[in-house]
Design a binder for this molecule. Structure first.
Ligand code: NDP
Length: 302
């Protein structure tokens, strides 16, 4: 069950208005500044110490070592480059009784392994997937949030603190779910990027079509089409791919040569669209011509 909670001002008492942050890259620094602005006691550590200097001047306590940073409070947040850097930073550090929140991007399996790793060291664990870029941190109107999964108790206890930099969405006690949600949303985004890239490559061949005039048309169309995700979800849950289909796969696949020919006429590679077209053709060949595009989901699973 997804729990949607706004990033409102914290209501925790003074004993919990404390956070340790390991990793002061673009994202970690933004988190640190959001907590400082909200009046938190923030202890920071970074592998390359000069990166912590500015935050120290802004009020953060700069720890001399990871062990000192971890000892400073109950809540430890890591915002490091990758899972390997989390291991190298925390290996050998006493985490007994600590609450570890790892916002470093990783796979569902690496999050589950990290949860087991934390439990072996006597720590509670939650993983996080950040759905924002650094300029959105600390600005509720920007709409950024973090998917959390793992220890529900940790999340509930520290929610006020976690909700300061960005909104929060707890998506389950399986530690891998935050990462899975994160990667799934970003995968949808990359598919959209592929379509956007192809569309602009096509109009690039015409000097009389300005990208800035085409852009609102493309944005409007993508927005209008995005509603299909709900129909796809309903069909995946019901298993009904054939009832009330407005644009079936046979019709859409019949249009593929038109897309390929237009791309050829404008000297545009079809490499970004070809994999989807191939999947559509496979599903039609398998007898799915009358079906909705939702019927492509399961055949994609290997
Ligand atoms: P940066 O590259 O700006 O910072 C990386 C941080 O990791 C630095 O503090 C760096 O330390 C540290 N680091 C890297 N390798 C090691 C190591 N082996 N040992 C110790 N520390 C190490 O990245 P971001 O801050 O932008 O990203 C941090 C995390 O947030 C990533 O997992 C990223 O995927 C995620 N994220 C970032 C977004 C963004 O738009 N920036 C959006 C959503 C998620 P040092 O200063 O010493 O190099």
């Amino acid at each position: 069950m997804t729990q949607n909670l706004p990033n409102t001002a914290p209501t925790s008492n003074n004993s919990t208005r404390k956070v340790t942050l390991l990793g002061l890259g673009a994202m970690g620094s933004a988190f640190a500044r959001a907590w400082l602005a909200a009046g938190y006691e923030v202890t920071v550590w970074n592998r390359t110490p000069p990166r912590a200097t500015a935050l120290g001047e802004e009020g953060a306590k700069v720890a001399a070592s990871v062990a000192d940073a971890v000892a400073a409070g109950p809540l430890i947040v890591t915002v490091l480059l990758d899972d390997a850097s989390v291991t190298s930073v925390l290996d050998g550090v006493d985490l007994t009784g600590k609450d570890l929140v790892d916002l470093t991007t990783g796979t569902p399996e690496s999050a589950r392994a990290r949860a087991r790793w934390a439990a072996e060291r006597g720590a509670r664990f939650a993983d996080g997937g950040i759905m924002a870029v650094p300029p959105m941190v600390g600005i509720p109107e920007a709409g950024g949030y973090v998917f959390y999964s793992g220890s529900q108790e940790l999340f509930d206890e520290h929610h006020a603190t976690l909700a300061v930099p960005l909104g929060t969405r707890f998506v389950g006690t399986d530690a891998g779910f935050a990462s899975l949600h994160d990667i799934a949303l970003l995968s949808g985004m990359y598919g959209m990027f592929a379509g956007i890239t192809h569309a602009f490559a096509l109009i690039r061949g015409e000097q009389d079509i300005k990208p800035s005039e085409f852009a609102p048309l493309l944005a409007g169309w993508l927005g209008a089409m995005s509603g299909m995700v709900h129909d796809t979800a309903a069909r995946l849950e019901s298993g009904d791919y054939a009832t009330g289909v407005a644009s079936n796969l046979a019709m859409q696949t019949a249009g593929v040569p038109t897309f390929v020919a237009t791309a050829e006429q404008y000297g545009v590679s079809t490499e970004l669209l070809s994999p989807l077209f191939a999947l559509m053709e496979r599903q039609v060949a398998a007898g799915g011509g009358a079906m909705d595009t939702a019927a492509l989901v399961d055949p994609l699973r290997t």
